[in-house]
Design a protein around this ligand. Structure first.
Ligand code: UDP
Length: 356
């Protein structure tokens, strides 16, 4: 089989790392990097650290609006699909790159498989939700991380080609945890393991308006004790544009850093007291490593983390954030909600069987 995988940003590199390895063990993979994330801290570093092969095609779309980036990726993919003639396109997650890969595959009449299918926040204003819904409806193979995702697809009338495989980010967390443990982590930043809160924020709803940024600053300010915020370039750019970067830097006990590589970020996560985030992937990773999570949203696609008691949704309300951080996590380790660490293998095996 010949699979053409399309990646382009940070969470996709993490997801593609185990899948690319599993696909290449039994077939041929052509890797396309859209260039949606072009900052080296969000891109190049991930290829090196996660052992992802050099892309066969780098589209280099660079900065732009989501619409402009989508159009550029679709247009650039068309001749590649003609030239490479893959058996299937593999798209990951819910980003602009995912949507563009799905549209390009459909328009070129190439089979499409979606990794992390069936996730829903039920908020169609979210760019990620739009990307997921369109991609799922164009896919012939839908690889779901959770039973909830399978149910969500069923509710939209999608049952053919749907498989529950587990979560490939869990595979990655298992594969890379030993390397992360050997990184300097908290010590290198002068933080005491078990005492600090790790913060991430980059979503449109948290950063696109001045009001949301002001709320975000209030949320981070409400964290009691030391915290560390590896700042996404998008968030930094928005704070700078609104003249609010100084306010963040002035928060007592907060250390702002550049965005980290996967291993350094995981090292910090492993010994954090809690995580405060608006990221999808980080909510799950907190659970994988038994770290309580507080999510700066009113809903989540990863509902199991909430019902298991390891994730609290607090929106942008500082009082709810304080209460969540003061609540101890459930006793014992979190339950294994995201498969057995062999999701990537299962996806590769399923693709081979389907395409045979
Ligand atoms: N991550 C990272 N460095 C950071 C922050 C996050 O490597 O400074 C990783 C994190 O471990 C997870 C992924 O980036 O694997 C999540 O990406 P992001 O939050 O950008 O996207 P989302 O998951 O919300 O789609």
């Amino acid at each position: 089989m010949k699979i053409l995988s399309v990646v382009g940003n940070r969470p996709q590199f993490v997801k593609a790392a185990p899948v690319s390895r599993a696909v290449r063990a039994i077939g041929e993979e052509v890797l396309v990097h859209s260039g949606q994330h072009y900052d080296p801290a969000l891109a190049d570093l991930f290829f090196d650290e996660l052992g992802i092969p050099e892309p066969d095609h780098a589209l280099g779309v660079g900065p732009g609006t989501p619409t402009g980036q989508t159009a550029a990726i679709v247009a650039a993919l068309e001749p590649i699909l003609v030239g490479e003639s893959p058996d299937a396109v593999l798209a990951y997650g819910d980003t602009t790159t995912t949507l563009a890969a799905a549209v390009a595959a459909a328009k070129s009449d190439v089979a499409l498989a979606h990794v992390e299918a069936g996730l829903r926040s039920f908020d169609r204003r979210m760019p990620e939700e739009q990307n997921r819904v369109v991609t799922d409806h164009l896919s012939q193979r839908l690889y779901c991380p959770t039973p909830t995702a399978v149910t969500n697809l069923g509710a939209e009338g999608i049952t053919d080609g749907v498989e529950l495989v587990g979560d490939v980010m869990y595979d990655a967390s298992i594969a890379f945890a030993p390397a992360a443990r050997s990184r300097p982590g908290a010590d290198a930043l002068g933080l005491t393991p078990g005492e600090y809160v790790l913060v991430t924020a980059h979503r449109a709803a948290t950063t696109d308006t001045r009001a949301a940024l002001v709320d975000l600053i209030a949320m981070i300010g409400a964290i009691d004790g030391p915290s560390v915020f590896p700042m996404h370039p998008r968030t930094r750019a928005r704070l700078e544009a609104e003249g609010l970067l100084g306010e963040i830097a002035g928060i007592d006990g907060l250390l702002v850093s550049e965005p980290l590589g996967y291993l350094d970020f995981t090292a910090l996560l492993l010994t954090a007291r809690a995580v405060v985030t608006d990221s999808g992937g980080v909510q799950k990773e907190a659970l994988f490593h038994g770290v309580p999570c507080v999510t700066l949203r009113e809903e989540t696609e990863w509902v199991e983390t909430v019902s298991a008691g390891w994730n609290a949704l607090v929106g942008l309300d500082p009082d709810r954030l304080r209460a969540a951080l003061a609540t101890p996590p459930p006793a014992g380790d979190p339950p294994p909600l995201y498969g057995d660490g062999r999701s990537a293998e299962r996806i590769a095996g399923s693709l081979a069987e389907w395409l045979a």
